[in-house]
Write a protein that binds this ligand. Structure first.
Ligand code: ADP
Ligand code: MG
Length: 566
């Protein structure tokens, strides 16, 4: 392998030459404790920066093996190393001069969750950290001296500080150990709630509201969560010991209360409970069933061959709703499709908020039923099917309802938010239903399993242009897939990864195959071999962060150019 000395010589040769000569530097260079890989060199100083990768053998990095022997611990370790690198980057002054992105070093940003990110990966043998750097230039001419400063001064310091365990100070090592222990505890908590047939847990003392609509950090003076006495459960975690909090059993749970009392805030925290949160977030011990999916109305979305006949029938134009396609679904049909597709993607918990639901999908009152007869109404409301869905498929619901009282009659548990405080009002709610003659108004009816038979047909291979924008869109060639209503996407990198995973599927589809099988197979591969097995190391843009299968499923379902058939 070439060494740092070789890199120095090559740099001297190309000083002041045209920018394109930087391309000759691609390759791997040994720097003693670490290897510096130059995976991709940018075309000009204004293009997206060059992509580099530190590689450190385990004998050199020295992180304790027990920190990466289980998956949950490994993710916590990778997360902590990334955060330390980001902190360190914040301290690196822009020491180099030059045009465009000269000298700028960046990597994958991290918010409040622990995720599987391609930026930092520990394996049995080594760890790798990926970052970008703008190769310096004046105009289009190479500034070798500036590049030397970066490669022989800044980068070694970054690598030494972040990637060599013995260089972490006592406090940092302590924090790392806490993060590892937290990962153990979160894993234990998730296992425990499953055992007790709970679908979610909110610890006493948790902080649910966020700083602002655009910040995921905890709100400063929030009212801390306190569980109602009759829903309080105790769970003993391996490191933290006993914690208490509200356990939400499997079934249908309605969250109600006056406007602005904190209903949506509780639901949002539970929606994000599919992920683990970092220490200090306030939601460290707020967890929900990991396959849970938020279901909302999304008019305008594209639907391809989804069986929505459970909810929609006899459309005026006579479309077959057991094999329904639309380029422009309505509020109710989009919400029905979202729900069915979530089940197709193995969700066993569904989150709904009245605020973002189509009213006619949720309820239909008696007065309206008198005017517009049942035969003329294509929609069978969720209200009519909700008990059946729970009983037949074992799928639980967490629903925020402020105004449709009918939902009280189908609920197993009714929670009321009162000044951000949760109360169990199930008994009162049932009493009212009785007085109003609403008991068993919507019993569990027969629900037939929707046909999960959608297949993907191979498409012509070829180079595709892929891109992503924030958490809003995935772009494949000329089509923009709108994913902004997949509200559980937590990081931009997940959208980036969605784009790469979509590309992988399109490239590897050799025969007609059920979408469920394709995705299950893909996620098994990632589980076994890591994201690197499907997203090649020389990926061209962004910072892939593994999305859940449910989000990939949703993205594929919204892709208008997909060759989905039945
Ligand atoms: P709802 O859905 O019941 O109308 P929201 O959940 O939207 O209410 O909450 C209303 C406001 O109260 C939001 O600005 C939210 O940030 C704030 N809030 C929610 N929970 C708390 C809490 N525990 N402490 C302080 N503020 C809170
Ligand atoms: Mg609300």
């Amino acid at each position: 392998m070439k060494t740092g000395e070789d890199l120095k010589k090559e740099l001297i040769k190309i000083d002041h030459k045209s920018y394109g000569m930087y391309k000759t530097l691609s390759g791997s260079y040994g720097f003693g404790k670490y290897i510096l890989n130059i995976d991709h060199v940018q075309g000009d100083p204004f293009a997206s920066p060059s992509r580099l990768r530190f590689e450190v053998k385990k004998e050199q990095h020295g992180f304790p093996e027990e920190y990466y022997k289980t998956k949950d611990r490994r993710l916590a370790l990778e997360d902590q190393v990334l955060r330390k690198f980001l902190r360190q980057l914040g301290r690196v002054d822009k020491v180099t001069s030059g045009s465009g992105k000269s000298g700028r070093i960046t990597t994958c940003p991290a918010n409040q969750t622990v995720q599987e990110r391609i930026a930092v990966v520990f394996s049995k043998e080594k760890m790798e950290l990926r970052f970008e750097m703008g190769f310096p230039a004046r105009g289009r001419s190479i500034m070798a001296g500036e590049m030397q400063k970066l490669v022989f001064h800044i980068l070694p310091e970054l690598a030494e500080n972040c990637l060599i365990f013995s260089n972490w100070d006592r406090k940092e090592k302590e924090n790392l150990k806490e993060a590892i222990f937290l990962a153990d505890d979160q894993k234990a908590l998730r296992e425990e709630i499953k055992k007790r047939n709970l679908v979610a847990f909110v610890a006493d003392g948790a902080i649910l509201p966020r700083e602002s609509g655009v910040s995921d950090r905890p709100m400063g003076n929030a009212v801390k969560f306190a569980s109602p006495d009759d829903l309080r459960v105790k769970i003993v975690l391996p490191h933290k010991g006993e914690i208490t909090g509200m356990g939400i059993p499997a079934g249908i749970t309605v969250i109600t209360g006056g406007g602005y009392h904190g209903k949506s805030t509780l639901l949002k925290a539970l929606e994000q409970g599919v992920y683990n949160h970092i220490k200090g977030d306030g939601r460290e011990y707020v967890v929900s069933e990991a396959s849970g999916v938020k279901i909302r109305a999304e008019d305008g979305r594209s639907v391809r061959h989804t069986d929505i006949s459970l909810f929609i029938n006899h459309l005026p134009a006579g479309q077959d709703t057991s094999d329904f396609s639309s380029e422009n679904a309505s509020g109710s049909t989009s919400q029905a499709a979202n729900l069915i597709e979530a089940l197709e993607a193995d969700a066993s918990l569904l989150f709904l908020d009245e605020d973002t639901s189509a009213t006619n999908f949720m309820i239909r009152d008696n007065v309206m039923a008198k005017l517009v007869s049942d035969e003329k109404e294509p929609i069978t409301t969720l209200l009519r099917h909700i008990r059946g869905i729970y009983q037949s498929f074992g799928v639980s619901f967490l629903i925020v309802v402020g105004s449709s009282g009918d939902y009280l009659s189908v609920a197993d548990l009714v929670l009321q938010l009162d000044h951000y405080e949760v109360k169990n009002v199930t008994k009162q709610a049932k009493q009212i239903c009785k007085e109003e003659g609403m008991e068993n108004l919507y019993p569990a009816g027969k629900v037939t399993k929707p046909a999960f038979e959608r297949k993907l047909k191979p498409v012509k291979p070829g180079r595709r242009k892929i891109k992503s924008m924030g958490t809003d869109s995935v772009i494949i060639d000329r089509e923009t897939i709108d994913v902004r209503y997949l509200e559980q996407i937590a990081e931009n990198g997940q959208t980036t990864a969605l784009a790469y995973l979509m590309e992988w599927i399109l490239d590897h589809q050799k025969k007609e195959e059920n979408i469920r099988d394709i995705l299950n197979h893909l996620y098994e591969t990632i589980e076994k071999k890591g994201m690197g097995a499907v997203i090649p190391p020389n990926y061209s843009a962004g910072h892939p962060v593994l999305p859940r299968k449910q989000e990939l499923f949703a993205c594929l379902s919204r892709y208008r150019s997909a060759n989905i058939i039945r």
